[in-house]
Design a protein around this ligand. Structure first.
Ligand SMILES: NC(=O)c1ccc[n+]([C@@H]2O[C@H](COP(=O)([O-])OP(=O)(O)OC[C@H]3O[C@@H](n4cnc5c(N)ncnc54)[C@H](O)[C@@H]3O)[C@@H](O)[C@H]2O)c1
Length: 339
């Protein structure tokens, strides 16, 4: 698959490093608006500087491609999508899909009308730890899930597009955790309630701390707490997860999975999950390569990836329902979301 990667600074580093080892991807060209970044990255990754262009349109005058991987801020999604439609190129864009639901719906409509394959990079689904958790939950060995507790704490300092977001934590990070809930459980929640605020030491104008309670079908309750202005102990980007189930407890703490199960009637025994055996192995544990592979299969063989824009708008809706709840003080029902 001949790919043009837009954005080679920031998260673009991860895409370059994780795709370069794979033969099925050929970098036809790159788009980078910052000339200094273009120069530095050309040196770092031994890229041909003649293949780095300031705009996608300029790149397409010179190089031929099958798809675009857009590792750029969300405000450029619509113009990137339009160019891909005009040139009949598949598109895999970073999350979040959009800065508001109107822009998200517009992109879904554009993808539907054009028939373009458009995926959003919800890479957390394809991390080994979450593939493993899903395999354990789906196996039924822990019985039904009663409650899930998620805790995510980081201390981050941002400039750039995140500094302009009204809810950087929710739009840029919680979107991963909510997509994981959809991946692990299947349906969207029936209700979402939350609060989001700025701590006295938050230096950004956007709110960086949040609590949420989500009620999923089958009486599964989720408690979510997160902050990006932690002054002390931090969790991984995954966050720490606890699944309280009928027959035991599954935890993900510091990215390590532990399963505890009841043994007969006499208490609890501890089982450390054998991760290697259970892992379905998405392209050598490489989420970005797996997403790119799905894009290729979608373009060549009509395969339907899990994280198309048509699916991803449901994840984004959860984030904007939480924001609506934070602003209104009300719980948001799924009927309001038209599902
Ligand atoms: N999935 C993940 O785990 C993950 C992690 C980090 C960031 N992201 C997402 O990736 C996207 C980019 O974030 P980032 O942290 O890399 O941002 P960044 O600002 O650090 O880097 C973006 C890069 O793209 C370039 N760029 C900006 N607009 C461009 C345009 N129109 N055309 C070409 N190049 C352009 C910038 O010069 C810069 O080099 C965001 O949507 C962010 O949410 C995802």
């Amino acid at each position: 698959m001949r790919v043009i990667q837009m954005g080679i600074g920031g998260m673009g580093n991860a895409w370059l490093e994780r795709l370069m080892p794979f033969d099925f991807v050929t970098f036809a060209g790159f788009v980078e608006v910052d000339a200094a970044v273009a120069q530095a990255q050309a040196k770092k990754y031994l890229l041909d500087e003649r293949l780095i262009f300031p705009t996608l349109e300029a790149a397409l005058v010179t190089v031929e491609a099958d798809a675009v991987i857009a590792v750029i801020p969300p405000q450029y999604r619509i113009e990137t999508l339009q160019t891909c439609i005009d040139h009949k190129l598949g598109l895999l864009a970073e999350k979040p899909l959009a800065e508001n639901m109107a822009d998200a719906q517009r992109q879904v409509d554009m993808a539907n009308q054009s028939g373009l394959l458009y995926m959003i990079a919800q890479n957390y689904r394809y991390k080994p730890e979450f593939q493993t958790i899903k395999a354990i939950l789906d196996s039924g060995e822990l019985g039904s899930i009663d409650a899930i507790t998620i805790s995510h704490y980081r201390g981050v300092k941002f400039t750039g597009f995140r500094a302009e977001m009204p809810y950087p934590l929710l739009n840029d990070m919680t979107v991963h955790h909510f997509d994981l809930l959809r991946f692990l459980l299947g349906p969207e929640p029936d209700t979402i309630y939350g609060q989001s605020w700025s701590t006295s030491w938050n230096e950004l104008k956007g709110k960086m701390s949040a609590f949420a309670i989500l009620n999923f079908p089958q009486d599964i309750r989720v408690s979510y707490s997160a902050s990006w202005v932690s002054n002390g102990h931090v969790s991984s980007f995954n966050g720490d997860w606890r699944f309280d189930c009928e027959k035991g407890v599954l935890t993900l703490v510091n990215d390590v999975i532990t399963v505890q199960k009841r043994s007969g009637s006499d208490g609890i025994w501890f089982a450390y999950t054998d991760l290697e055996e259970r892992l379905p192995s998405p392209l050598e544990y490489n989420p970005q390569a797996y997403l790119a592979y799905e894009l290729q299969e979608g373009l060549n063989n009509g395969y339907r990836p899990a994280t198309t824009v048509q699916d991803n708008i449901k994840t984004l809706q959860m984030v904007f329902d939480l924001i609506e709840s934070c602003e209104s003080g009300h719980s948001i029902q799924s009927s309001k979301r038209g599902s």
